[in-house]
Design a protein around this ligand. Structure first.
Ligand SMILES: [Zn+2]
Length: 653
C-alpha cells in the first residue's frame, strides 16, 4: 500500500522540485535517444506516460498543501513548486522535438484501441504546444502558456486567500438560528461573518433584513475583485492570443477539440435552446416571489437577486412545511457518511473503512489533524481498490468550495505492480458546535453525494495507463458520475437510510420525505438559468475578440435570469471555474443530460438494485477514459442516449 507523505518542510519543497524535474528529464532523454529500430509502444509511449505520472504524483501532493495547508509559508512554497512542475508537465515536456518525433513514429505501429487513445491524447497536447508551426510562432505559444500557468495559479490563490468579512449585530442577523449566531466569533456586541459557504448560505436563506442580505451578497460577489479583475482581463487576452497562434477562431474552439461537444456551435445551440425553454417559466417564478415580497412590502415592484434564496426558503416553509434549519437535524455528518458508505456497498459492491491506526498509515501524517483517511475494498474479492482523504471543514486559507483532487491515478507501474488510486475531498461544511454535531443542510448532503461520485469514478476505474483513468474522460463527461449520485438523495428508499435525527435517532417520516422530494426544486427555471448564464458567460469570455467582463455579466444576468445583477458586484473575479473549466462551464449542464439518462435504469429497475449498480461500476466507472464516452453510455443503457430525462429533471416537461 503506497500512501503519500505530507510531512514536508517549505525548505524540502524548494529543494525537491528541481530534482523531480532533472530526474524525469534524464528518463525522457533516454526515450528520445532510442534508435528507431528499438522503438516500441512500451519503451516509448508507455514509458512517457510513466514519467509524466511520476512527476504528477509528486505535484498532486504539493497541490494539496498549496490548497489546504494550515501554514501560509508552506502554502506559498508549495505554490511556487506547483508552478514549476506544472510548467514542466504542460510546456517543457511537450516542447521537446526529440520526444515529439519519438511519439509520432509510434503512429504507424499496430496498436490496441486503448494504446491508440493514449498516443493520440499526447500528440494533441504536442499540437497544442505549437508543433507544426514556425519556430518563432511556437516559441510565442510556449511563452504564453508559461505565463498563463502562473497567472491562473495567482487567480485561484487570490480567491482562496481572500479574507473579507463583515461584523453584524444580533438585530442584523434576525431570522437566523441561535445555534448559528452563537457559533460566530463575537466582539464588542458584533458577530464576525466570513465569506465561507457555511456563513454566507444561511444568511442568504434566512436573514429577514433585505439590506443585510444585499450587503452580504455584495461582499461575497466582490471577493478578490481588486486583484482578479485586471488579472482576468490579462488571462483572457493571453488565451485569445494563444488560440489565434494555434489557428483556432477562439479559445473555446481550442478547448473543445477533445470534448464531447467538439465545437463552439454545438455548445451555443445547446445553451440557446435551454435559455429559450426557461424564459417563459422564469417570468412565472419571479411573479411568485414578487407576490410573497409584496405581502412584506406592499410597494415592492421588483425582485432582487438577494430575495431569491430568502423567499425560496419561505416558499418551502409555507407550501411544504419544510424548515431547512429543522431538516438539518436529520443529517448529522457522521451518520450521512456511514449511510452513504452503506449505499455504495449495496449498489457497487465496495466497502469504505476509515484507516485509523498509526501503524497502517505507516506514521504518515496528513496535512491537518481534522483530515481522515479511508480505504476502499471490493466486497467480493476483498481486494483494496484505493484510498481517499476527507477534509471537510473550512479553515483560513483553505480551498473554499467542494471538490475532489487526485493524488494518484490507477496505473500499471514499471515493475509490473498496480498503483492504486487515491484522492482528496475538500468541502466546507458547518463545524460541530457546543450543543450539536456537524449538521448538513439538504443542499450540503447533495454536494457530499456529488463529490463521492467523483471519488467512485477515480477509485473504480481500472486502467493500465494513467492517460485512461477515470479522471481523464472528456471534461464535459467528468460530472456524469458525480451528478448521477445526487439522484439518490431524492429517492425515498435512500433518504430513509441517510436521515437520522441527531437527538431522537429517528429517520425522516414518510410524510416529510414526500414533501422534501416534492420541494426538490422550488424555482427550477431560476436555479438552472443561473447555470445557463454562467455557461454562456464562460463561453463568451472565450469567443469575443474584446470583452468588458463586468458589462457582459450584467447583460447576461438580466437577459437570462430576468432580474438585475446586484449593482456594483463583480462575481467573475471569484469565479474559480474560469480557470479550471475555462470555456467549458457548460459541462455541468451537458453532463446532466447523460447522468439523468443513466439514472432512468435505476428508476425502472429499482434505485437500490445491486445488479444495475454493478453495471454502472463495470460499464461506466471502470472503463475510465479508455472508450468513447457515448459508447459507454450506450453500453450501459442498451440504447442510444436522449435528453428526455434531463428535461424532466430540470422542470422542462
Ligand atoms: Zn463535480
Amino acid at each position: 500500500m503506497k500512501l503519500p507523505s505530507f510531512d514536508i518542510s517549505a525548505e524540502e519543497i524548494k529543494k525537491n522540485s528541481a530534482k523531480i524535474i532533472s530526474d524525469a528529464q534524464k528518463r525522457f532523454d533516454h526515450i528520445g535517444s532510442l534508435k528507431q529500430s528499438q522503438r516500441s509502444f512500451q519503451n516509448t509511449v508507455a514509458a512517457f506516460d510513466q514519467i509524466e505520472a511520476d512527476v504528477e504524483d509528486q505535484l498532486n501532493i504539493l497541490v494539496i498543501l498549496q490548497q489546504a495547508s494550515p501554514h501560509s509559508t508552506l502554502r506559498e512554497s508549495a505554490e511556487h513548486a506547483v508552478n514549476e512542475l506544472q510548467r514542466y508537465l504542460d510546456v517543457d515536456i511537450y516542447s521537446q522535438q526529440s520526444l515529439y518525433t519519438a511519439l509520432s513514429s509510434c503512429k504507424d505501429k499496430t496498436l490496441s484501441s486503448a494504446e491508440e487513445k493514449v498516443l493520440s491524447k499526447k500528440l494533441l497536447k504536442f499540437k497544442h504546444n505549437g508543433f507544426g508551426l514556425s519556430e518563432k510562432k511556437q516559441n510565442e505559444v510556449l511563452m504564453l502558456k508559461k505565463q498563463l500557468i502562473q497567472e491562473e495559479l495567482e487567480f485561484s490563490k487570490n480567491i482562496r486567500e481572500c479574507s473579507d468579512e463583515l461584523w453584524l449585530t444580533n438585530e442584523e442577523l434576525k431570522g437566523l438560528e441561535d445555534n448559528f449566531i452563537s457559533s460566530l466569533e463575537q466582539k464588542n456586541g458584533k458577530y464576525r461573518l466570513t465569506m465561507a459557504y457555511p456563513h454566507v448560505t444561511p444568511v442568504m436563506a434566512h436573514a429577514v433584513a433585505a439590506k443585510i442580505r444585499k450587503k452580504v451578497q455584495s461582499t461575497f460577489l466582490n471577493r478578490a475583485r481588486e486583484k482578479n479583475l485586471p488579472l482576468l482581463d490579462d488571462i483572457l487576452h493571453k488565451r485569445r492570443q494563444l488560440a489565434e497562434k494555434l489557428n483556432h477562431d477562439h479559445y473555446a474552439d481550442y478547448i473543445l477539440e477533445d470534448r464531447m461537444a467538439k465545437n463552439a456551435a454545438t455548445v451555443v445551440s445547446f445553451l440557446d435552446d435551454l435559455q429559450k425553454k426557461f424564459q417563459p417559466r422564469i417570468i412565472g417564478e419571479i411573479q411568485k416571489i414578487l407576490d410573497m415580497k409584496q405581502k412584506d412590502f406592499p410597494n415592492a415592484r421588483e425582485v432582487e437577486d438577494w430575495d431569491i434564496g430568502y423567499y425560496a426558503t419561505r416558499y418551502k416553509n409555507f407550501h411544504f412545511d419544510l424548515d431547512e434549519q429543522k431538516l438539518k437535524s436529520y443529517f448529522p455528518l457522521e451518520h450521512v457518511t456511514t449511510a452513504a458508505f452503506e449505499l455504495f456497498k449495496k449498489l457497487f459492491g465496495i466497502e469504505m473503512k476509515e484507516v485509523k491506526e498509526e501503524k497502517k498509515m505507516k506514521g504518515r501524517k496528513a496535512w491537518h489533524k481534522e483530515v481522515e483517511l479511508f480505504e476502499v475494498k471490493d466486497t467480493a474479492t476483498r481486494e483494496i481498490l484505493g484510498h481517499f482523504y476527507l477534509d471537510l471543514f473550512p479553515r483560513p486559507g483553505k480551498y473554499s468550495h467542494a471538490a475532489i483532487f487526485p493524488l494518484y491515478e490507477g496505473r500499471r507501474l514499471a515493475d509490473g505492480t498496480y498503483q492504486l488510486p487515491a484522492c482528496v475531498m475538500f468541502a466546507n461544511f458547518s463545524r460541530p458546535t457546543a450543543s450539536s454535531p456537524s449538521l448538513l443542510t439538504p443542499g450540503e448532503v447533495k454536494t457530499y453525494f456529488h463529490e463521492f461520485g467523483h471519488i467512485l469514478h477515480l477509485l473504480c476505474s481500472r486502467q493500465e495507463y494513467r492517460q485512461l483513468s477515470g479522471y481523464r474522460v472528456a471534461w464535459d463527461f467528468v460530472e456524469v458520475p458525480s451528478q448521477i449520485m445526487e439522484n439518490w438523495f431524492y429517492e425515498p428508499e435512500s433518504l430513509k437510510l441517510v436521515s437520522k435525527h441527531y437527538e431522537t435517532g429517528k429517520p425522516l417520516s414518510d410524510e416529510m420525505i414526500r414533501r422534501m422530494i416534492a420541494a426538490k426544486d422550488t424555482f427550477p427555471a431560476l436555479n438552472y438559468s443561473r447555470q445557463v448564464m454562467l455557461s454562456k458567460l464562460n463561453h463568451l469570455y472565450h469567443t469575443e475578440k474584446k470583452v468588458d467582463t463586468t458589462a457582459l455579466l450584467k447583460q447576461l444576468w438580466k437577459e437570462i435570469r430576468g432580474i438585475p445583477m446586484p449593482e456594483g458586484t463583480h462575481f467573475q473575479a471569484s469565479f474559480g471555474h474560469l480557470i479550471g473549466y475555462a470555456a467549458a462551464y457548460y459541462s455541468y449542464l451537458w453532463s446532466r443530460v447523460f447522468s439523468e439518462d443513466l439514472f432512468t435504469r435505476f428508476q425502472s429497475e429499482g434505485v437500490l438494485n445491486a445488479h444495475v449498480g454493478m453495471e454502472l461500476r463495470k460499464k461506466i466507472l471502470e472503463p475510465g477514459a479508455s472508450e468513447d464516452e457515448l459508447v459507454l453510455v450506450e453500453n450501459f443503457l442498451g440504447r442510444t442516449s436522449n435528453n428526455k430525462a434531463f428535461f424532466k429533471s430540470i422542470g422542462l416537461v
